[in-house]
Write a protein that binds this ligand. Structure first.
Ligand code: DGY
Length: 328
């Protein structure tokens, strides 16, 4: 089908140059006021579109897919994670799903590193003193945090982002440990000076900082549950820039409040922006609004990927970033 004839419906505002390019290439319907689509609006879009461009927060489940029109053949997700889409059902209905992998790796790893530095070094508390005008000047014992160099960093999930974090961590003198479904190739392992742990539980008990880089799937839901959190040292820190559902947020909150975990840096939450209120206001917790990949460059690259996926489909080929069953 000629690309210009494709009805493409985009659910949220995208960077302006991306929207302009989409307008040039496709028969596109944009969401210019950026209000999230309700379920009925999503159903309507899925009934009318050849290609839907959803993003995080658009829950595309079995019920919605059952109402999709016959012409919907591609869901070109603006984002790397696709846990908000029932891919299995989409595929059964002959609807392809694509995502935007790879282009967020460096930005997410940078932000993870920023959290790894910020939480043990108490940046949040220091900034608060300055903002509130309560700083009384330098004191030898003020705001003592913990040295990063020499600490053991545990990486859960050693895919692209996990490895990018590992290489940054090396530069800061952290000892890299990891748990992954599959062990890395020995060359990669030795380049990253990374120690593999077959048992996640055993690694947990030994690390000073844990950082999470696995997707949210049925098998990773609450992987860091209350039992596993209890295996960690009370002096350990938890960083999460992946998906909130991987941690039992209530259990983590209880332990942070009881000082059974030293601190946490969280960019993602179990229930989206409905954050456990008891996490707020804790000195040892840095909360960010899911902004790890939020760079101008990254968001443009994501848009380019979405466009390439749609164009390739329009040209009669499989999108380069098609989500295939092996990835589920
Ligand atoms: C994604 O693309 O899935 C990221 O979580 C956005 O930061």
């Amino acid at each position: 089908m000629p690309a210009k004839a494709l009805k493409v419906i985009v659910t949220r505002r995208l960077p302006e140059p991306v929207e302009t390019r989409m307008n040039e290439l496709f028969d596109v319907e944009l969401n210019t006021d950026d209000t999230p689509l309700g379920r009925d609006q999503l159903a309507d879009a899925m009934a009318r579109a050849d290609v839907l461009v959803p993003t995080l927060g658009d829950k595309i489940d079995q019920g919605l897919l059952a109402q999709a029109g016959d012409r919907l053949r591609l869901i070109a997700n603006y984002g790397a994670g696709f846990d908000h889409i029932d891919v299995q059902t989409a595929l059964q209905r002959g609807i392809m799903v694509s995502n935007t992998p790879g282009v967020l790796t460096e930005d997410t790893a940078d932000m993870t590193m920023a959290m790894i530095l910020s939480v043990p070094r108490r940046l949040r508390e220091g900034n608060l003193q300055m903002q509130q005008g309560t700083w009384e000047g330098w004191r030898p014992t003020a705001l003592m945090g913990h040295r990063i160099g020499g600490k053991r960093l545990g990486i859960l999930g050693m895919g692209r982002i996990g490895q990018a974090v590992a290489s940054r961590a090396q530069a800061f003198g952290l000892q890299v440990h990891y748990h992954n479904r599959r062990r890395l190739h020995p060359d990669t392992e030795s380049a990253l000076e990374a120690t593999y742990w077959e048992s996640f539980d055993q690694m947990l008990a030994r690390v000073d900082i844990l950082t999470i880089h696995v997707p949210h799937t049925p098998s990773t839901f609450h992987l860091l549950n209350a039992r596993r959190l209890k295996l960690m040292k009370p002096s350990a820190f938890v960083i999460n820039t992946a998906r909130g559902e991987v941690i039992d947020e209530n259990a983590l909150t209880r332990m942070l409040r009881a000082n059974e975990i030293a601190g946490a840096g969280l960019d993602v939450f179990e229930n989206g922006n409905d954050i456990n209120p008891r996490l707020r206001g804790l000195d040892n917790v840095l909360l960010l609004p899911h902004m790890s990949s939020a760079t101008v460059e990254g968001r443009m690259d994501m848009g380019e990927k979405v466009i390439l996926n749609i164009k390739t489909y329009a040209d009669g080929h499989r999108p380069p970033d098609q989500v295939v069953p092996a990835m589920l």
